[in-house]
Design a protein around this ligand. Structure first.
Ligand code: SF4
Ligand code: SF4
Length: 114
């Protein structure tokens, strides 16, 4: 699989994203497994306005990487989810979610829900 040049982007494409019930359950489980220190460190760091609540600004990466929603996994690799820094990586046809969205992460679901 083509890799994306994400280091240095500082969460540029990590804004509010649609999330399904199944994904919410996975994220809740993942967040519950964090130590209280880790949770607090991730929750309370400063982010750019509009950046995803789980973006780890301090380390320039997703703070819930193994539990991130499918649209985050798909980003940059599908023709309707092109990364402008590497458009040639979008080799697959349009991405279609397998499950209906339950809402928008960072808008409908915030740290209070996890
Ligand atoms: S997918 Fe593209 S825009 Fe998003 S962080 Fe990676 S390189 Fe940057
Ligand atoms: S869940 Fe992770 S990959 Fe998805 S938008 Fe938030 S920080 Fe970015």
């Amino acid at each position: 699989m083509d890799t994306l040049p994400c280091k240095g982007c500082r969460g540029l494409c990590c804004g509010p994203v649609p999330v399904t019930e199944t994904e919410l359950r996975s994220i809740k489980k993942y967040v519950k497994s964090m130590s209280s220190i880790r949770r607090s460190q991730l929750q309370n760091q400063e982010r750019f306005y509009g950046t995803c609540i789980f973006y780890e600004q301090d380390h320039d990466r997703c703070g819930i990487h193994s539990a991130r929603p499918s649209i985050c996994r798909a980003f940059g690799l599908y023709q309707n989810l092109v990364c402008f820094r590497k458009p040639e990586a979008a080799g697959m046809e349009n991405f279609h979610a397998k499950e209906r969205s339950a809402g928008i992460l960072s808008v409908d679901y915030t740290w209070r829900d996890f």
